[in-house]
Design a protein around this ligand. Structure first.
Ligand code: TA6
Length: 291
């Protein structure tokens, strides 16, 4: 059992009284919920909160709060056959266990299969999630197949980035990368050879992505660099007006305040693991000063 607090990690609570690990570093602070290994906050020293959490987020027991960096595993979106199962898998509504506190500071949380998970997804696994607070913020999801049968899973680090205003934001690095648009009413005139700008509902799954993507918002806020290892997919999502008004845990006008750029392996790019094999998806977020 890890004894808290240490000199850089303490246990606090979220607005619903649920346990959060608070990491204090020389360059900022981060907060991670034991429910879902959910990074709810990352504040960069001298700047403000970098992650969006909805003002209508629910902090009830067992509920995945909208915002931050939800961990999506072992399926992305709706389950392929079971409509009774929650979208984006069970990792974000499971209670993870603190296994390690390390330099950085960093925390490692673990989740293993149990009767409840096997009833949804009949496989044995060990999931490890390490959050490291350094100059930037690094999150790494490692999945090991602890069973005796191969399995394939999907995963995503579903990051909600705070932006000054959605219409002033743009995503760079996915030019000319193949994508599928899942938005019901996307912008009719988007240019796939240029940066992604936002003028309508956007819900794109990119496949075969580079390891570096930049989110630029209002010049005052500078750029956010996303560097990944082990990610073949990326999702770029903003619900825009209509979908935001229909969504749970979302104020009607909050679509203006965030862009999701998600580092993932999903749909045709799911990850196959033989018994004993392990795969890691790593995301490093760095704030770049306005040029
Ligand atoms: O990643 C984009 C997406 O699949 C959107 O289609 C939208 O459903 C979003 O995830 C939010 O999903 P959630 O289950 O968190 O409401």
């Amino acid at each position: 059992m890890i004894q808290l607090p240490t000199d850089s990690v303490a246990q606090v609570t979220d607005p619903g009284g649920r346990p959060l690990l608070e990491l204090q570093g020389p360059e900022g602070t981060a907060r991670v919920g034991l429910l879902g290994a959910h990074v709810q906050s990352w504040v960069v020293k001298g700047e403000d909160e970098q992650l969006f959490m909805s003002s209508k987020a629910s902090y009830e027991a067992g509920v995945a709060s909208r915002g931050g960096i939800p961990v999506v595993f072992p399926w992305f979106g709706g389950h392929s056959t079971r409509t009774d199962l929650a979208a984006h898998g069970f990792a974000r509504t499971s209670v993870w266990e603190l296994a390690e506190v390390g330099p950085g500071p960093s925390v490692t949380l673990v989740l293993r299969d149990d009767e409840g998970t096997r009833a949804q997804w009949p496989h044995s696994f060990l999931a490890k999630y390490t959050v490291t607070l350094g100059d930037g913020l690094q999150v790494a999801l490692s999945i090991t197949n602890t069973g005796d049968e191969p399995f394939t899973y999907e995963e995503a680090l579903h990051t909600y980035f705070k932006v000054g205003a959605t219409e002033e934001a743009s995503v760079h690095g996915l030019e000319n990368v193949h994508f599928t648009e899942f938005a019901k009413s996307p912008a009719p005139d988007s240019d796939p050879t240029g940066p992604i700008y936002f003028s309508a509902e956007t819900d794109r799954v990119y496949q075969g992505v580079p390891d570096t993507i930049q989110l630029r918002s209002h010049p005052r806020r500078g750029f956010m660099e996303l560097k990944t290892k082990g990610a073949d997919s990326a999702i770029v999502w903003n619900p825009w007006t209509e979908k935001a008004a229909a969504m749970s845990q979302m104020q009607d006008d909050e679509w203006e305040e965030f862009i999701c750029v998600e580092s993932a392996n999903c749909k045709a790019f799911g990850v196959g693991l033989e018994p004993g094999q392990e795969h890691s998806l790593e995301l490093t977020l760095t704030r770049l000063k306005p040029v």
